[in-house]
Design a protein around this ligand. Sequence first.
Ligand code: PFF
Length: 478
Amino acid sequence: MTRETWKTRAGFILAAVGSAVGLGNVWRFPWMTAQNGGSAFLLLYLAIVLLVGVPGLLGAFVIGRRSKRNPVGALRSLSDGSRWWAAFGMFAVVTTLLLVSFYSVVGGWFVRYTAASVTGSYFGHAGAYFSAINYGPAALAFAFVFLAATAAIVYAGVEKGIERATKVMMPAIVVLLAALAAWTFTRDGAGAGLDFYLTPDVAYLRAHFFDILPAAVGQALFTLSLGTGTMITYASYLGDERSLAADAATIAVLNTAIGVLAGLLVFPLLFSFGLDVGSGGAGAVFVSVASAFASLGTVGRLLGVVFFAVVLLAALSSSISMLEIPVAYLVDEHGVSRAKATAGVACLVAIGAAACALSSSVFGLLANTLVNLLMTAGLCGFLLFVGWVLGSRALDEYRAGAGDVARAVDGPWLLFVGVLIPVFLLFTLFTSVASALGVPLGTHVLGVGLGGSAVALVAAIVVTALAVAGLRRPGSLV
Ligand code: PFF
Protein backbone atom coordinates (compact mmCIF):
# COMPACT_ATOMS: atom_id res chain seq x y z
CA MET A 1 0.00 0.00 0.00
CA THR A 2 1.44 3.41 -0.84
CA ARG A 3 1.33 5.91 1.91
CA GLU A 4 -0.89 8.94 1.54
CA THR A 5 0.98 12.23 1.12
CA TRP A 6 -0.19 15.80 1.32
CA LYS A 7 -1.54 16.91 -2.03
CA THR A 8 -0.12 20.41 -1.81
CA ARG A 9 2.26 22.44 0.29
CA ALA A 10 -0.72 24.38 1.54
CA GLY A 11 -2.33 21.11 2.56
CA PHE A 12 0.44 20.29 5.02
CA ILE A 13 0.85 23.83 6.31
CA LEU A 14 -2.87 24.18 6.81
CA ALA A 15 -3.16 20.89 8.62
CA ALA A 16 -0.13 21.54 10.82
CA VAL A 17 -1.39 25.02 11.61
CA GLY A 18 -4.78 23.44 12.17
CA SER A 19 -3.21 21.17 14.75
CA ALA A 20 -1.34 24.02 16.39
CA VAL A 21 -4.17 26.54 16.42
CA GLY A 22 -6.90 25.42 18.73
CA LEU A 23 -8.12 25.67 22.27
CA GLY A 24 -4.51 26.13 23.29
CA ASN A 25 -4.56 29.60 21.74
CA VAL A 26 -8.05 30.75 22.51
CA TRP A 27 -8.76 29.05 25.81
CA ARG A 28 -5.54 27.83 27.48
CA PHE A 29 -3.29 30.77 26.60
CA PRO A 30 -5.51 33.44 28.25
CA TRP A 31 -5.95 31.14 31.25
CA MET A 32 -2.20 30.60 31.70
CA THR A 33 -1.41 34.26 31.04
CA ALA A 34 -3.96 35.43 33.58
CA GLN A 35 -2.72 32.99 36.19
CA ASN A 36 0.95 33.81 35.71
CA GLY A 37 1.20 37.56 35.79
CA GLY A 38 0.08 38.75 32.36
CA SER A 39 2.86 40.49 30.46
CA ALA A 40 5.62 38.67 32.38
CA PHE A 41 4.22 35.39 31.17
CA LEU A 42 3.79 36.68 27.62
CA LEU A 43 7.42 37.73 27.45
CA LEU A 44 8.79 34.41 28.63
CA TYR A 45 6.36 32.48 26.48
CA LEU A 46 7.35 34.35 23.31
CA ALA A 47 11.04 33.78 24.01
CA ILE A 48 10.42 30.07 24.48
CA VAL A 49 8.38 29.79 21.28
CA LEU A 50 11.26 31.33 19.37
CA LEU A 51 14.19 29.54 21.01
CA VAL A 52 12.65 26.18 21.83
CA GLY A 53 9.47 25.95 19.77
CA VAL A 54 10.82 26.63 16.29
CA PRO A 55 13.93 24.44 16.54
CA GLY A 56 11.83 21.80 18.31
CA LEU A 57 9.24 21.81 15.57
CA LEU A 58 12.02 21.24 13.07
CA GLY A 59 13.25 18.31 15.13
CA ALA A 60 9.81 16.71 15.00
CA PHE A 61 9.57 17.30 11.23
CA VAL A 62 12.97 15.72 10.69
CA ILE A 63 11.96 12.56 12.57
CA GLY A 64 8.63 12.35 10.76
CA ARG A 65 9.80 12.93 7.22
CA ARG A 66 12.86 10.72 7.62
CA SER A 67 10.90 7.76 8.95
CA LYS A 68 7.50 8.20 7.27
CA ARG A 69 6.01 6.59 10.37
CA ASN A 70 4.00 7.25 13.52
CA PRO A 71 6.12 8.13 16.58
CA VAL A 72 6.55 4.56 17.81
CA GLY A 73 7.48 3.16 14.40
CA ALA A 74 9.60 6.23 13.69
CA LEU A 75 11.77 5.95 16.78
CA ARG A 76 12.02 2.20 16.43
CA SER A 77 13.01 2.17 12.77
CA LEU A 78 15.41 5.10 12.99
CA SER A 79 17.19 3.55 15.98
CA ASP A 80 17.55 0.20 14.20
CA GLY A 81 14.91 -1.51 16.26
CA SER A 82 15.62 -0.22 19.76
CA ARG A 83 12.88 -1.28 22.15
CA TRP A 84 13.67 1.56 24.49
CA TRP A 85 13.02 4.13 21.83
CA ALA A 86 9.86 2.37 20.74
CA ALA A 87 8.75 2.54 24.38
CA PHE A 88 9.49 6.24 24.43
CA GLY A 89 7.32 6.61 21.33
CA MET A 90 4.57 4.84 23.26
CA PHE A 91 4.97 7.39 26.04
CA ALA A 92 4.13 10.09 23.48
CA VAL A 93 1.14 8.11 22.25
CA VAL A 94 -0.17 7.81 25.81
CA THR A 95 0.39 11.53 26.34
CA THR A 96 -1.88 12.31 23.39
CA LEU A 97 -4.56 10.03 24.82
CA LEU A 98 -4.47 11.98 28.08
CA LEU A 99 -4.47 15.30 26.26
CA VAL A 100 -7.42 14.54 24.08
CA SER A 101 -9.33 13.40 27.18
CA PHE A 102 -9.40 16.80 28.82
CA TYR A 103 -9.44 18.56 25.45
CA SER A 104 -12.77 16.88 24.71
CA VAL A 105 -14.23 18.34 27.87
CA VAL A 106 -13.21 21.86 26.85
CA GLY A 107 -14.43 21.15 23.32
CA GLY A 108 -17.72 20.16 24.92
CA TRP A 109 -17.87 23.54 26.67
CA PHE A 110 -17.55 25.20 23.29
CA VAL A 111 -20.33 23.03 21.84
CA ARG A 112 -22.52 24.07 24.74
CA TYR A 113 -21.69 27.75 24.45
CA THR A 114 -22.47 27.67 20.72
CA ALA A 115 -25.94 26.37 21.53
CA ALA A 116 -26.36 28.66 24.53
CA SER A 117 -25.59 31.71 22.38
CA VAL A 118 -28.69 31.02 20.32
CA THR A 119 -30.93 31.30 23.36
CA GLY A 120 -28.74 33.78 25.22
CA SER A 121 -28.71 31.48 28.28
CA TYR A 122 -25.54 32.97 29.71
CA PHE A 123 -26.65 36.57 29.25
CA GLY A 124 -26.53 38.56 32.45
CA HIS A 125 -24.65 36.01 34.52
CA ALA A 126 -21.55 34.99 32.58
CA GLY A 127 -19.53 33.86 35.61
CA ALA A 128 -22.29 31.90 37.29
CA TYR A 129 -23.21 30.21 34.02
CA PHE A 130 -19.71 28.90 33.50
CA SER A 131 -19.50 27.59 37.05
CA ALA A 132 -22.83 25.84 36.60
CA ILE A 133 -21.98 23.98 33.41
CA ASN A 134 -18.25 23.24 33.55
CA TYR A 135 -18.30 19.84 35.26
CA GLY A 136 -20.89 17.09 35.75
CA PRO A 137 -22.98 14.70 33.69
CA ALA A 138 -24.12 17.37 31.21
CA ALA A 139 -20.51 18.45 30.66
CA LEU A 140 -19.72 14.81 29.97
CA ALA A 141 -22.51 14.53 27.41
CA PHE A 142 -21.17 17.57 25.54
CA ALA A 143 -17.63 16.17 25.72
CA PHE A 144 -18.90 13.00 24.07
CA VAL A 145 -20.45 15.01 21.26
CA PHE A 146 -17.10 16.66 20.65
CA LEU A 147 -15.23 13.36 20.84
CA ALA A 148 -17.66 11.67 18.43
CA ALA A 149 -17.17 14.48 15.90
CA THR A 150 -13.39 14.12 16.24
CA ALA A 151 -13.54 10.38 15.72
CA ALA A 152 -15.76 10.77 12.66
CA ILE A 153 -13.26 13.07 10.96
CA VAL A 154 -10.29 10.87 11.85
CA TYR A 155 -12.13 7.89 10.46
CA ALA A 156 -12.60 9.73 7.16
CA GLY A 157 -8.81 9.77 6.64
CA VAL A 158 -5.92 12.19 6.45
CA GLU A 159 -6.61 14.20 3.34
CA LYS A 160 -10.34 14.37 3.10
CA GLY A 161 -11.07 15.07 6.71
CA ILE A 162 -8.25 17.28 7.83
CA GLU A 163 -7.45 19.50 4.87
CA ARG A 164 -11.04 20.54 4.32
CA ALA A 165 -11.79 21.48 7.89
CA THR A 166 -8.68 23.59 8.27
CA LYS A 167 -9.10 25.63 5.11
CA VAL A 168 -12.35 27.14 6.32
CA MET A 169 -11.35 27.65 9.90
CA MET A 170 -8.07 29.53 9.65
CA PRO A 171 -9.09 32.78 7.97
CA ALA A 172 -12.39 32.83 9.86
CA ILE A 173 -10.75 32.71 13.24
CA VAL A 174 -8.29 35.51 12.43
CA VAL A 175 -11.01 37.84 11.14
CA LEU A 176 -13.28 37.16 14.09
CA LEU A 177 -10.65 37.60 16.78
CA ALA A 178 -9.30 40.77 15.16
CA ALA A 179 -12.73 42.33 14.66
CA LEU A 180 -13.83 41.55 18.21
CA ALA A 181 -10.57 42.80 19.65
CA ALA A 182 -10.92 46.06 17.70
CA TRP A 183 -14.41 46.55 19.12
CA THR A 184 -13.13 45.81 22.61
CA PHE A 185 -10.48 48.52 22.42
CA THR A 186 -13.20 51.15 22.19
CA ARG A 187 -14.63 50.23 25.59
CA ASP A 188 -13.86 52.05 28.84
CA GLY A 189 -11.28 50.26 30.91
CA ALA A 190 -9.82 48.33 27.98
CA GLY A 191 -6.52 50.19 28.43
CA ALA A 192 -5.92 48.61 31.83
CA GLY A 193 -6.34 45.18 30.26
CA LEU A 194 -3.83 45.99 27.55
CA ASP A 195 -1.48 47.28 30.18
CA PHE A 196 -1.71 44.05 32.19
CA TYR A 197 -1.12 42.03 29.06
CA LEU A 198 1.47 44.04 27.17
CA THR A 199 3.49 46.35 29.41
CA PRO A 200 6.59 44.31 30.26
CA ASP A 201 6.68 43.58 33.96
CA VAL A 202 10.29 42.57 34.58
CA ALA A 203 9.96 42.85 38.35
CA TYR A 204 7.16 40.28 38.36
CA LEU A 205 9.14 38.03 36.05
CA ARG A 206 12.15 38.10 38.35
CA ALA A 207 10.13 37.56 41.48
CA HIS A 208 8.11 34.65 40.12
CA PHE A 209 10.43 33.18 37.52
CA PHE A 210 10.28 29.62 38.78
CA ASP A 211 6.51 29.64 39.09
CA ILE A 212 6.03 30.91 35.57
CA LEU A 213 8.70 28.86 33.84
CA PRO A 214 7.00 25.42 33.69
CA ALA A 215 3.72 27.01 32.64
CA ALA A 216 5.38 29.06 29.89
CA VAL A 217 7.30 26.06 28.57
CA GLY A 218 4.22 23.83 28.78
CA GLN A 219 2.07 26.39 27.02
CA ALA A 220 4.60 26.95 24.23
CA LEU A 221 4.79 23.22 23.60
CA PHE A 222 1.06 22.70 23.94
CA THR A 223 0.20 25.42 21.49
CA LEU A 224 2.71 24.11 18.92
CA SER A 225 1.55 20.51 19.45
CA LEU A 226 5.10 19.53 20.42
CA GLY A 227 6.29 16.62 22.48
CA THR A 228 3.37 14.35 21.61
CA GLY A 229 4.31 12.96 18.24
CA THR A 230 1.61 14.87 16.38
CA MET A 231 4.03 16.91 14.33
CA ILE A 232 6.13 13.79 13.70
CA THR A 233 3.11 12.02 12.32
CA TYR A 234 1.98 14.94 10.16
CA ALA A 235 5.45 15.42 8.72
CA SER A 236 5.58 11.72 7.94
CA TYR A 237 3.14 12.41 5.12
CA LEU A 238 5.48 15.02 3.67
CA GLY A 239 7.47 14.92 0.41
CA ASP A 240 11.23 15.61 0.23
CA GLU A 241 11.13 18.82 -1.75
CA ARG A 242 9.82 20.94 1.11
CA SER A 243 11.87 23.27 3.29
CA LEU A 244 11.18 22.05 6.80
CA ALA A 245 12.67 25.21 8.28
CA ALA A 246 10.40 27.48 6.25
CA ASP A 247 7.37 25.42 7.23
CA ALA A 248 8.31 25.45 10.92
CA ALA A 249 8.72 29.22 10.87
CA THR A 250 5.41 29.77 9.07
CA ILE A 251 3.54 27.55 11.49
CA ALA A 252 5.09 29.11 14.58
CA VAL A 253 4.39 32.66 13.39
CA LEU A 254 0.78 32.02 12.41
CA ASN A 255 0.06 30.09 15.57
CA THR A 256 1.66 32.62 17.88
CA ALA A 257 -0.12 35.49 16.17
CA ILE A 258 -3.47 33.86 16.81
CA GLY A 259 -2.69 33.26 20.49
CA VAL A 260 -1.53 36.84 20.97
CA LEU A 261 -4.67 38.04 19.21
CA ALA A 262 -6.84 36.02 21.58
CA GLY A 263 -5.10 37.78 24.48
CA LEU A 264 -5.81 41.14 22.89
CA LEU A 265 -9.46 40.22 23.04
CA VAL A 266 -9.72 38.57 26.44
CA PHE A 267 -7.75 40.95 28.69
CA PRO A 268 -9.32 44.24 27.65
CA LEU A 269 -12.70 42.51 27.97
CA LEU A 270 -12.03 41.24 31.48
CA PHE A 271 -10.91 44.65 32.65
CA SER A 272 -13.61 46.62 30.90
CA PHE A 273 -16.33 44.43 32.42
CA GLY A 274 -14.72 44.73 35.82
CA LEU A 275 -14.11 40.98 36.02
CA ASP A 276 -11.27 39.72 38.17
CA VAL A 277 -8.52 38.43 35.86
CA GLY A 278 -7.22 35.79 38.22
CA SER A 279 -10.52 34.33 39.33
CA GLY A 280 -11.64 33.26 35.85
CA GLY A 281 -9.23 30.33 35.83
CA ALA A 282 -10.04 27.88 33.09
CA GLY A 283 -13.16 29.96 32.39
CA ALA A 284 -11.35 33.22 31.54
CA VAL A 285 -12.21 33.21 27.86
CA PHE A 286 -15.79 32.06 28.39
CA VAL A 287 -16.60 34.59 31.06
CA SER A 288 -15.02 37.48 29.19
CA VAL A 289 -16.49 36.96 25.75
CA ALA A 290 -19.85 35.90 27.17
CA SER A 291 -20.05 39.25 28.96
CA ALA A 292 -19.26 41.03 25.72
CA PHE A 293 -21.88 39.19 23.70
CA ALA A 294 -24.49 39.72 26.39
CA SER A 295 -23.89 43.47 26.28
CA LEU A 296 -24.64 43.46 22.54
CA GLY A 297 -28.14 41.99 22.76
CA THR A 298 -29.42 40.27 19.63
CA VAL A 299 -26.26 41.04 17.66
CA GLY A 300 -24.40 39.43 20.52
CA ARG A 301 -26.32 36.21 20.08
CA LEU A 302 -25.37 36.04 16.46
CA LEU A 303 -21.75 36.91 17.16
CA GLY A 304 -21.69 34.38 19.98
CA VAL A 305 -22.83 31.56 17.72
CA VAL A 306 -20.27 32.47 15.08
CA PHE A 307 -17.42 32.92 17.57
CA PHE A 308 -17.95 29.69 19.49
CA ALA A 309 -18.60 27.72 16.31
CA VAL A 310 -15.40 28.96 14.67
CA VAL A 311 -13.33 28.16 17.74
CA LEU A 312 -15.00 24.78 17.76
CA LEU A 313 -13.72 24.19 14.25
CA ALA A 314 -10.24 25.17 15.37
CA ALA A 315 -10.58 22.79 18.30
CA LEU A 316 -11.61 19.97 16.01
CA SER A 317 -8.65 20.43 13.69
CA SER A 318 -6.44 20.08 16.78
CA SER A 319 -8.26 17.18 18.41
CA ILE A 320 -8.16 15.17 15.18
CA SER A 321 -4.41 15.65 15.16
CA MET A 322 -4.25 14.13 18.64
CA LEU A 323 -6.56 11.20 17.96
CA GLU A 324 -4.68 10.55 14.73
CA ILE A 325 -1.54 9.52 16.68
CA PRO A 326 -2.82 6.41 18.44
CA VAL A 327 -4.90 5.55 15.37
CA ALA A 328 -1.90 5.82 13.02
CA TYR A 329 0.08 3.72 15.50
CA LEU A 330 -2.49 0.90 15.50
CA VAL A 331 -2.94 1.02 11.73
CA ASP A 332 0.79 1.19 10.86
CA GLU A 333 2.26 -1.04 13.53
CA HIS A 334 -0.46 -3.59 14.16
CA GLY A 335 -2.37 -3.68 10.89
CA VAL A 336 -5.67 -2.82 12.61
CA SER A 337 -8.30 -1.38 10.24
CA ARG A 338 -8.79 2.37 10.44
CA ALA A 339 -12.41 1.93 11.52
CA LYS A 340 -11.57 -0.43 14.38
CA ALA A 341 -8.58 1.61 15.48
CA THR A 342 -10.64 4.81 15.59
CA ALA A 343 -13.48 3.19 17.51
CA GLY A 344 -11.15 1.56 20.03
CA VAL A 345 -9.14 4.71 20.68
CA ALA A 346 -12.31 6.80 21.01
CA CYS A 347 -13.61 4.39 23.66
CA LEU A 348 -10.39 4.70 25.65
CA VAL A 349 -10.49 8.48 25.43
CA ALA A 350 -14.13 8.45 26.54
CA ILE A 351 -13.01 6.98 29.86
CA GLY A 352 -10.43 9.71 30.33
CA ALA A 353 -12.92 12.37 29.29
CA ALA A 354 -15.40 11.05 31.85
CA ALA A 355 -12.85 11.38 34.64
CA CYS A 356 -12.10 14.97 33.58
CA ALA A 357 -15.71 16.02 33.07
CA LEU A 358 -16.84 14.67 36.42
CA SER A 359 -13.99 15.92 38.59
CA SER A 360 -12.60 19.42 38.49
CA SER A 361 -9.48 18.28 40.31
CA VAL A 362 -8.69 15.54 37.79
CA PHE A 363 -9.30 18.09 35.07
CA GLY A 364 -7.08 20.69 36.72
CA LEU A 365 -4.25 18.25 37.29
CA LEU A 366 -4.30 16.96 33.74
CA ALA A 367 -4.92 20.20 31.86
CA ASN A 368 -2.34 22.18 33.77
CA THR A 369 0.50 20.52 35.68
CA LEU A 370 0.55 17.12 34.02
CA VAL A 371 0.38 18.49 30.49
CA ASN A 372 3.30 20.78 31.20
CA LEU A 373 5.40 17.94 32.56
CA LEU A 374 4.53 15.31 29.97
CA MET A 375 5.05 17.53 26.95
CA THR A 376 8.31 18.91 28.32
CA ALA A 377 9.63 15.40 28.91
CA GLY A 378 8.35 14.26 25.51
CA LEU A 379 10.06 16.99 23.55
CA CYS A 380 13.28 16.52 25.50
CA GLY A 381 13.42 12.85 24.51
CA PHE A 382 12.60 13.52 20.87
CA LEU A 383 15.31 16.16 20.58
CA LEU A 384 17.97 14.01 22.22
CA PHE A 385 17.00 11.43 19.65
CA VAL A 386 17.43 13.91 16.80
CA GLY A 387 20.77 15.14 18.07
CA TRP A 388 22.39 11.88 19.04
CA VAL A 389 20.65 8.95 17.43
CA LEU A 390 20.06 10.64 14.08
CA GLY A 391 23.04 13.00 14.24
CA SER A 392 24.31 13.55 10.71
CA ARG A 393 21.19 11.91 9.27
CA ALA A 394 19.17 14.66 10.96
CA LEU A 395 21.32 17.25 9.24
CA ASP A 396 20.80 15.58 5.85
CA GLU A 397 17.07 15.58 6.38
CA TYR A 398 17.10 19.17 7.58
CA ARG A 399 19.04 20.25 4.47
CA ALA A 400 16.78 18.46 1.98
CA GLY A 401 14.64 21.14 0.38
CA ALA A 402 16.04 23.87 2.66
CA GLY A 403 16.86 27.36 1.36
CA ASP A 404 20.15 29.20 1.84
CA VAL A 405 19.21 30.89 5.09
CA ALA A 406 18.11 27.66 6.72
CA ARG A 407 21.23 25.85 5.52
CA ALA A 408 23.44 28.53 6.98
CA VAL A 409 22.20 27.73 10.48
CA ASP A 410 22.09 23.95 10.29
CA GLY A 411 25.00 23.41 12.68
CA PRO A 412 23.69 25.78 15.36
CA TRP A 413 20.27 24.17 14.99
CA LEU A 414 21.67 20.74 15.79
CA LEU A 415 23.55 22.16 18.77
CA PHE A 416 20.29 23.64 20.03
CA VAL A 417 18.23 20.48 19.67
CA GLY A 418 20.97 18.10 20.79
CA VAL A 419 22.33 20.00 23.78
CA LEU A 420 20.96 23.38 24.77
CA ILE A 421 17.24 22.70 24.57
CA PRO A 422 17.45 19.34 26.40
CA VAL A 423 19.42 21.01 29.21
CA PHE A 424 16.83 23.77 29.39
CA LEU A 425 13.88 21.37 29.34
CA LEU A 426 15.41 19.15 32.01
CA PHE A 427 16.15 22.21 34.12
CA THR A 428 12.50 23.20 33.79
CA LEU A 429 11.35 19.72 34.76
CA PHE A 430 13.66 19.53 37.76
CA THR A 431 12.72 22.97 39.06
CA SER A 432 9.02 22.28 38.71
CA VAL A 433 9.28 18.96 40.52
CA ALA A 434 11.43 20.61 43.21
CA SER A 435 8.98 23.44 43.74
CA ALA A 436 6.11 20.93 43.89
CA LEU A 437 8.08 19.22 46.68
CA GLY A 438 8.57 22.54 48.43
CA VAL A 439 12.33 22.86 47.82
CA PRO A 440 13.32 26.55 47.79
CA LEU A 441 14.69 27.54 44.39
CA GLY A 442 15.73 31.11 45.06
CA THR A 443 13.11 33.80 44.84
CA HIS A 444 14.18 35.35 41.60
CA VAL A 445 16.39 34.71 38.60
CA LEU A 446 19.36 36.51 40.02
CA GLY A 447 18.87 34.47 43.17
CA VAL A 448 20.09 31.49 41.16
CA GLY A 449 23.25 31.82 43.27
CA LEU A 450 23.59 28.73 45.39
CA GLY A 451 19.88 27.98 45.68
CA GLY A 452 18.05 24.87 44.54
CA SER A 453 17.95 26.19 41.00
CA ALA A 454 21.73 25.94 40.71
CA VAL A 455 21.50 22.31 41.77
CA ALA A 456 18.75 21.77 39.18
CA LEU A 457 20.92 23.31 36.48
CA VAL A 458 23.89 21.12 37.35
CA ALA A 459 21.61 18.07 37.41
CA ALA A 460 20.20 19.00 33.99
CA ILE A 461 23.68 19.29 32.53
CA VAL A 462 24.80 16.01 34.07
CA VAL A 463 21.72 14.10 32.87
CA THR A 464 22.08 15.52 29.36
CA ALA A 465 25.75 14.55 29.30
CA LEU A 466 24.93 11.04 30.47
CA ALA A 467 22.19 10.73 27.88
CA VAL A 468 24.53 11.93 25.16
CA ALA A 469 27.24 9.49 26.25
CA GLY A 470 24.72 6.65 26.19
CA LEU A 471 23.15 7.55 22.87
CA ARG A 472 26.17 8.53 20.85
CA ARG A 473 26.87 6.21 17.95
CA PRO A 474 28.73 6.26 14.62
CA GLY A 475 27.08 9.04 12.63
CA SER A 476 26.60 11.20 15.72
CA LEU A 477 28.43 14.43 15.22
CA VAL A 478 31.00 14.30 18.02
N1 PFF B 1 -1.90 22.78 19.73
C1 PFF B 1 -3.24 22.45 20.11
C2 PFF B 1 -3.91 23.70 20.65
O1 PFF B 1 -3.23 24.70 20.85
O2 PFF B 1 -5.09 23.68 20.90
C3 PFF B 1 -3.31 21.36 21.12
C4 PFF B 1 -2.53 20.14 20.76
C5 PFF B 1 -2.80 19.45 19.58
C6 PFF B 1 -1.56 19.69 21.61
C7 PFF B 1 -2.09 18.31 19.27
C8 PFF B 1 -0.85 18.55 21.32
C9 PFF B 1 -1.11 17.88 20.16
F1 PFF B 1 -0.43 16.80 19.89
